[in-house]
Ligand binder design. Sequence first.
Ligand SMILES: Cc1ncc(COP(=O)(O)O)c(C=O)c1O
Length: 354
Amino acid sequence: MKKHNFSAGPCILPQDVFKEASQSVLDFNESGLSILEISHRSKDFVDVMDEARSLVLELLQLEGKGYKVLFLQGGASTQFLMTAYNLLENSAGYLNTGTWSTKAIKEAGLFGSINEVASSKDQNFNYIPKGYEISKDLDYFHCTSNNTIFGTQMKAFPTISVPMVCDMSSDIFSRQIDFLQFDLIYAGAQKNLGPAGTTLVVVKEDILGKVSRQIPSMLDYQVHIGKSSMFNTPPAFAVYTSMLTLRWLKAQGGIKAIEELNEKKAQLLYSEIDVNPLFKGFAVEEDRSIMNATFSLINEDLKETFDAMWKEAGINGLNGHRSVGGYRASMYNALTIDSVAVLVDVMSDLERKA
Ligand SMILES: Cc1ncc(COP(=O)(O)O)c(C=O)c1O
């Protein structure tokens, strides 16, 4: 039976990527060797890393603009502290839009003073704060473009005079943004990019080297830039599979084409949430994420029936995060609109039955 994977991450990746990656585990580039056993210094792997890096810049339209691309380890969670280690001299501004921003704030607080410019904690993070001030004296401003757990997404970013750092873990490569407005973007790979195990960092080189502290090599962006992400052994399979996903995205028509599809998928599901009297959405309408839709049953008595119905339809990964409850449908790039249609059918079937 076909599965419809709405998991929040690790999550669905394109079937073609799974096929090619699994073939390369057996025989990479007809070399008679597995991608898992070749040296990261071999030409074959260096080519993979180079292609992955250049596809990132091409897809984000950042070629020739002073950005460097890194594939690191330690997840986006390590970036919470690595950004501060490298950039925070005195104070930084943070927009608190959920669990992940809160964690980023906690880690950065170890390195300097944190100015929480605004927070949506008062409403359990169901909206994106707007109209806040960002002082020009800050070392940088940090925000989270998409709040995976709460299903909210920043539709606009502030115009500021200090460097902007953004955690794009759950919506990178999903929509067109002017990426030039960011000085550092980071993302754990395990949503739109590839398998868990590598973290993408895109950094404008000229913001680095300005803090007075000593930085341990593994946490120093300049060290990783100097060694082209090969300061230590890179997570070769995760980088390779990410490169295949980036190739796939380019073949789909890039971010513009995937955004159109993502908008259609989100529109289909949110219309059902709004029209079906059995459900209600969690995030305020104007801030709804096109990647993660959060919603719940109005009458919890229907939970058992609904859960049985979606599981029967082959749907996977629909349970909401414990801090929100209800349901969360993650509709990352590789999820087809047919899968969303299956979920919408189950929701309207429930209405007919109830
Ligand atoms: C927006 C966001 N930031 C950070 C993280 C943490 O990522 P990692 O598990 O790679 O450390 C996640 C994980 O889901 C996330 O969604």
